[in-house]
Design a protein around this ligand. Structure first.
Ligand code: GLU
Length: 544
């Protein structure tokens, strides 16, 4: 069979000699040790925590070594493509400060290794597929979907490994006449690798994350070009990571099973393999069992969730780093004020098996991170969130800057004193401080009965004076307590609880709930000062 002719018939068109591609995409001129990494999402519009997890690792490895991080869009599956997905990926990652040096839609970059959309690279894949057919290392397969599923069923029934390989790879041995007859009949075909592998043979492999592992040689005649001439992930991966001169592929561990295919493809194409690190998946506890985060069940898998809730980007990043590198937490405890980039990230310290993602832990980190902001920084953070995701009412909170800063200073605790850690996310913070901007919604129950509550509010209203300082104010609260049969001093109450209706703390709580709707708030005198006399009195009356 004249394989060259067959190749030309199967993959028609004009192509450059393969050596030209080597010249077009020469090895990168980078300092020694510089790593070239990439993020290669499919444009499905769903960007998730797993993407961020891998992105942070790739970003650190590239930039820490003065290398390059680029963005490649794996759009070979037309059906899964969603409008605006590339912008969405870029925006989502920019929020977490992941910056690409080159790639799809990266403005201002040299972008010399593009195009970075796989659909725009069809010519390269086809040129190499044609070469493989010409060398007898790939062949056309005319099997229909029905034939392939019948094969799968048969293999399953016989408890055989499923797939297109060995004796099952019927098109592997078609004669020239058979192939030509199929082509003449206009039958659609895919191009398959003619695997040279032997499943009895093992390959020792060093994974940068998993360490030394052994994989079995590939013997599957995998599809490399689909019937529309578009490559599969496997083929595009080998060609692109070679010509884009990737040095380290950090990708999800779901790809580990395909590694033997990739090893074989790099070999038959005559390319040097990049190093690989297969990153463990993110898992969570579901009752007593540990499972992978799921798109369907876990809203926290989507990166959009963190934007909408208003998570502070640095907090999410700190948590991701904690999960990525076992020694990060200790470093961060020592140097909480340092730029995260000063941490020496190490691929070797990435977890070998599933990382347990715990939203409660992230919330703790968030509280700490937000508590370190100044009121002005908090203002900007909250405002940016409100502008994008807040309600109209919440957007209005920022109209009076002075007022909001007083609120934030109170709610965060002034720098001299111990800082409060009430804020977890922007959304939660906006809800927490809402009573400063509108009539409170009562969230907590009064501990005293309705009549006593009314007595307390009226008695306090009679004596309340906006001009009172905090001491005088509190002395008045105590007087109200004593007047109505509550202990003015806690210690008196503790010594003899039967003698009182309750203590001054019950009285203060009534005032607190009346004014804020909550039983737990920062200093009530200051809240009343910020609200002003009129609003305070209105609320005291309204709650009677
Ligand atoms: N498009 C693949 C994915 O989204 C990329 C995997 C890789 O990084 O090679 O899973």
């Amino acid at each position: 069979m004249d394989l060259k002719k067959l190749a030309e018939r199967l993959i028609p068109g004009e192509y450059r000699p393969l050596s030209e591609y080597e010249a077009m995409y020469p090895p990168r001129d980078l300092p020694k040790g510089a790593q070239v990494t990439r993020l290669a999402p499919s444009p499905t519009g769903f960007i998730h925590l797993g993407n961020l997890f891998v992105a942070i690792a790739n970003e650190r490895v590239a930039h820490q070594s003065n290398g390059v991080l680029y963005l490649r869009i794996e759009d070979t599956d037309e059906k899964r493509k969603v409008e605006g997905a590339v912008e969405a990926v870029k925006n989502a990652l920019r929020y977490f400060d992941i910056r690409f040096d080159e790639g799809a839609e990266i403005e201002g970059a040299e972008n010399a290794y593009g195009p970075y959309y796989q659909r725009q690279r069809a010519e390269i894949y086809r040129a190499f597929a044609r070469d493989l057919v010409g060398r007898g290392l790939a062949y056309p397969c005319f099997c229909t979907e029905e034939e392939l599923s019948a094969l799968r069923e048969k293999q399953t029934a016989e408890k055989k490994i499923t797939g297109y390989y060995g004796e099952y790879a019927v098109c592997r041995n078609l004669t020239e006449e058979q192939i030509c007859a199929n082509l003449d009949a206009g039958k659609p075909y895919v191009i398959r690798l003619r695997s040279q592998g032997d499943p009895e043979r093992k390959i020792a492999f060093h994974d940068e994350i998993k360490g030394d592992i052994t994989v079995t040689e590939n013997d599957q005649d995998v599809v490399i070009l689909k019937s529309d001439g578009i490559p599969t992930y496997h083929f595009a991966h080998a060609i692109d990571d070679h010509f884009m001169r990737t040095t380290l592929v950090i990708r999800g561990e779901e790809w580990l099973a395909s590694l033997p295919i990739h090893i074989e493809l790099f070999d038959v194409l005559g390319f040097r393999r990049p190093a690989y690190g297969h990153n463990c998946s993110l898992q969570k506890m579901d009752g007593d069992t540990r499972r992978k985060l799921s798109k369907r069940k876990d809203p926290e898998l989507s990166l959009e969730f963190y934007r909408k809730e208003g998570y502070f980007a640095r907090a999410v990043k700190v948590y991701m780093m904690t999960l990525l590198n076992s020694n990060f937490e200790e470093w961060y405890l020592k140097f909480p004020d340092k730029d995260l980039e000063e941490f020496r990230f190490s691929v070797g310290k990435m977890g070998k098996s599933g990382a347990l993602f715990d939203l409660a832990k992230l919330n703790d980190i968030s509280k700490n991170e937000l508590a370190r902001l100044s009121a002005e920084e908090m203002f900007e953070f909250l405002r940016a969130w409100a502008e994008e995701y807040g309600t109209e009412e919440q957007k209005g909170y920022f109209a009076d800057r002075e007022y909001m800063l007083r609120v934030l200073n109170l709610c965060m605790g002034t720098s001299g004193k111990k800082r409060r850690k009430d804020f977890v996310t922007a959304k939660q913070a906006a809800e927490l401080i809402s009573y400063f901007f509108r009539a409170p919604v009562r969230e907590d129950e009064y501990r005293v009965d309705g009549k006593t509550k009314g007595d307390i509010l009226r008695a306090f209203g009679r004596t309340y004076d906006y001009a009172d300082d905090a001491q005088v104010w509190f002395a008045k609260v105590k007087n109200v307590a004593a007047e109505l049969g509550f202990a003015a001093e806690m210690k008196d109450y503790k010594q003899n609880p039967e003698a009182y209706k309750g203590s001054v703390s019950d009285v203060a709580e009534v005032l607190r709930i009346a004014v804020t709707g909550k039983a737990n708030t920062p200093d009530l005198w200051t809240i009343m000062q910020i609200l002003g006399e009129k609003r305070t009195r209105e609320r005291l009356c309204a709650a009677e």
